[in-house]
Every structure is written in structure tokens, then in C-alpha cells.
Design a protein around this ligand. Structure first.
Ligand code: ADP
Length: 417
């Protein structure tokens, strides 16, 4: 083959190669284009899915908020008249009654208190479930807290004719940081149960420091010599709405939420709760928490103007009660009737504001939800007025069935004491 022919052949095969490569490139371009379209679609789809997810989340949050609001409103609506029923019952108890009347009244009061506890438990549990319970850490003194719980426990035990004791290891460092209210609530519930399910013997509340770490681990124990809980039921009692029939005894009061609430509160504080129990011998509940050491104890309570000994020839205290429900005023007036107090009444925030222009008061008890003007608005007007006129600030106490810790913070910020 001549040189020219050789070159021509090479040229032909290069042409074929080029056209093959061109086709390949064009196929790849098409595939790339298709891929881009798919990517685009995927991006679009995932953006759409994200939007749907976001919408669903917002809806769920709104639903949960609506449920919490509904429960808060309901509880307020139920607790308000119930508190009047209970208050009136207590006042009636202080009057001259026949024995049979006193017994009827006692039943009324017990049922009322039971109902109030149920409402509070259900409300609290649903708040915990919706995640709206926060742990509020403050310095507190463990010994003082236990003495408060002992007061209630000893009183309940005395009524049942059983013994109650408080034991503490004196080497425990008592100044700690933690949510003392929740710890108190848990211990009160355990003590209340221990007394409820013990017909003879004793209930003992004790505390021990666990020294094996620096986190300030501490354990609280509530032990009783009561009916006990069978092994196979011990895990169940921490479930919601669980009550156990023990030795023919049906659960005494409650709806089976106390321990469910306690367990969730303990867990929210990063601790644990355990039970050890034997039928007819008794039960021991142990709560372990890490409560860091506090440098100082609880801050001293600021008591405003320090109004103390009302009986030492001082002029009567001037008290203003602001509440749209007149019956509440009646209950308070009856409670205080033997004390040197003069009482005025205003039926809403606007009336209270007017009363403040005309008169001065030593103390105001103010409802929060009132028609025309609610408590928060009224307090802010009153505080402004005091500021403008250079008056001393009057202690104003919120009087409400909406008394969660988180709400309390809002009230304090808005000018309530
Ligand atoms: P309740 O409000 O019904 O007492 P809890 O959640 O506090 O609900 O308790 C759940 C159940 O656990 C009770 O109904 C009772 O059967 C049982 N229980 C709780 N504490 C004790 C105890 N100290 N001794 C025996 N049984 C107990």
C-alpha cells in the first residue's frame, strides 16, 4: 500500500471514530439533560415534601396549643366555682351545726376536695404530656423542704392513727440547686399514697446523700408498712390511669395519675424513681436526683412593707378585693372577719383603677380574668399611676385559678407581687 493510500485509510477511520464520539457525546448530553430534569423534579418534590412537613408540624403544634388552652380554660372555669363551694363549706363548718349536718358537710367537702384534685391531676398530666412543663432551678434547703412535707404527712398519719417519722443523715449538705416545688410535689404525692395505703404501723420519710460522685446525688425514700403491691403490678403503677385492687381494697381516691405525674417529673429532672414492695409488708419508694450543691441557701423572702402584728393597736389594714365574682369577695370577707381589716370591693380592673384614684390601700387581692379590664392590664395602669404620683408601690397579689409556675412568672413581670 502506497503512503497516500495509507494516509487516506487512517483519515477514513479517524472520521468514523469522530462521528462515533460525536454520537456518544450527543447521547451523554441527552442523558445529562434528562438527569438535570429529574434532579429538578426531585428538588421540586423534596421542596414540596418539606413544605408539607412544615405545614403538618405547624398544624400539630397549633392543635397541641389549642388542647392546652382548652384545658387551661376548662380548669379555670371548673376550679373557680369549686373553690367557692369549698370556701363556703369551710365557713359553714365554723358555724353552729347539728352533728348530722356536720357529717353531711364533711361529705360535701371531701367530695369537693376530691374533685379539685382530679381536675388538677388531669390538667397537670396533660401539660406534662404536651411538653409545656419546665424545670425551674433555684437554691433551696432540703431540710426545710422535708420539714414542710413532714407537716402534711404527720397530720394525715395522725388522722389515720399511724406513726410518721422524718429521718435525715446530718452529714447531707442541705443547700442545693433544684426545682424545689416539683420535688415537694413528688414527695407529697408519695407520702399521701403511703398514708392512704397503710392502715397500721408507720410511714417514714428519709433522705440520704449519695457520695459517689460530685453531682450532688441525693436519694429520698418514702417507706410504709401498708398493703404493698404485688410484683407483677409494680411497673404498672407508674402508667397513667392505673389503679390496683389490693386485698379487696379499691383505690382510695385519685384517678391513678399521681405516680404517672411523679415519674415524669423525676425524669424531667434527670433522676429516677424505684419501688420495692411486698404484699402485706409494705412499700418503699426511692427517688434519686442530682442536686448540685448551692453556695448559699434560699434567698430571704422579701415581705414588702412588713405588715405584721395586726393586733398591736395599729389602725385596721385597708384591703381591696378585685374580682368579677362577688361570691369570692364574700368568702374572703368571711375568712378575715375576725381580723382588723376594712375591705373594699371592685368588680373589674377599671373599677380598681378608679378606687386607686380615690383611696389608698395596704393590700390588693386581684383576680386576673375579668370583663371590662383584666388583672394584668389593671396592674400595669396602677403601677404607672403610682410612678407618676410618686407613691409607694402597693402590694398586689394575684388571685387566680391559673396558677402554673410559668404563668406566675408573667404575673410577676407585669407588676404583681
Ligand atoms: P391514685 O391517685 O389513684 O392513688 P397513683 O398513681 O398515686 O394513683 O397510684 C397508682 C396506684 O398505685 C394506686 O391506685 C395504688 O393501687 C398503688 N399504690 C400507690 N402507692 C402505694 C403504696 N404506698 N402502697 C400500696 N399501693 C400503692
Amino acid at each position: 500500500m502506497s503512503h497516500e493510500e495509507n494516509l487516506k485509510k487512517q483519515y477514513e477511520s479517524a472520521k468514523i471514530e469522530i462521528s462515533y464520539l460525536k454520537r456518544k457525546i450527543s447521547r451523554m448530553e441527552k442523558r445529562l439533560l434528562r438527569q438535570e430534569k429529574i434532579d429538578d423534579m426531585n428538588r421540586h418534590q423534596s421542596r414540596w415534601a418539606m413544605q408539607q412537613l412544615e405545614q403538618a408540624r405547624t398544624l400539630a403544634e397549633q392543635a397541641s396549643q389549642a388542647k392546652t388552652d382548652f384545658l387551661a380554660n376548662m380548669s379555670h372555669e371548673i376550679r373557680t366555682p369549686l373553690n367557692i363551694v369549698l370556701g363556703m363549706g369551710e365557713l359553714l363548718d365554723g358555724t353552729n351545726l347539728k352533728d348530722s349536718q356536720r357529717q353531711y358537710l364533711q361529705s360535701l367537702r371531701l367530695s369537693g376536695e376530691h374533685l379539685l384534685k382530679l381536675i388538677n391531676d388531669i390538667l397537670e398530666f396533660s401539660r406534662i404530656e404536651s411538653g409545656s412543663v419546665s424545670i425551674i432551678t433555684n437554691p433551696f434547703n432540703v431540710k426545710e423542704l422535708l420539714i414542710g412535707v413532714e407537716d402534711m404527712g404527720a397530720h394525715l398519719a395522725l388522722e389515720k392513727g399511724i406513726e410518721f417519722s422524718l429521718e435525715y443523715d446530718t452529714s447531707v449538705e442541705f443547700n442545693r440547686l433544684g426545682d424545689s416545688r416539683k420535688i415537694r410535689q413528688i414527695l407529697l404525692n408519695l407520702v399521701d399514697n403511703a398514708v392512704k395505703y397503710t392502715d397500721s404501723g408507720r410511714v417514714c420519710l428519709s433522705v440520704k446523700g449519695l457520695h459517689y460522685d460530685d453531682e450532688g446525688k441525693i436519694s429520698f425514700t418514702v417507706a410504709d408498712t401498708g398493703v404493698g403491691i404485688p410484683d407483677d403490678k409494680q411497673a404498672l403503677i407508674f402508667e397513667r390511669f392505673t389503679q390496683i385492687e389490693q386485698g379487696g381494697l379499691q383505690s382510695k381516691g385519685g384517678v391513678g395519675l399521681g405516680l404517672a405525674i411523679s415519674k415524669r417529673l423525676v425524669m424531667a429532672m434527670g433522676g429516677q424513681i424505684q419501688i420495692d414492695s411486698e404484699v402485706e409488708k409494705g412499700s418503699t419508694f426511692v427517688v434519686e436526683l442530682s442536686l448540685p450543691f448551692a453556695e448559699q441557701g434560699p434567698l430571704p423572702y422579701k415581705d414588702g412593707r412588713g405588715v405584721s402584728n395586726v393586733n398591736q393597736g395599729l389602725p385596721p389594714l385597708r384591703l381591696l378585693v378585685v374580682d368579677d365574682i362577688y361570691l369570692n369577695f364574700e368568702v374572703i370577707r368571711n375568712y378575715l372577719k375576725d381580723l382588723p381589716v376594712t375591705m373594699s370591693y371592685a368588680e373589674n380592673g377599671r373599677e380598681a383603677q378608679k378606687a386607686f384614684l380615690d383611696d389608698t390601700y395596704d393590700l390588693v387581692l386581684m383576680d386576673l380574668r375579668m370583663p371590662v379590664m383584666g388583672g394584668i392590664e389593671a396592674v400595669s395602669h396602677i403601677r404607672k399611676l403610682e410612678n407618676n404620683l410618686g407613691l409607694e408601690s402597693t402590694p398586689i397579689i394575684a388571685m387566680t385559678a391559673q396558677a402554673f409556675v410559668e404563668q406566675e412568672k408573667t404575673y410577676l413581670q407585669s407588676g404583681f407581687n
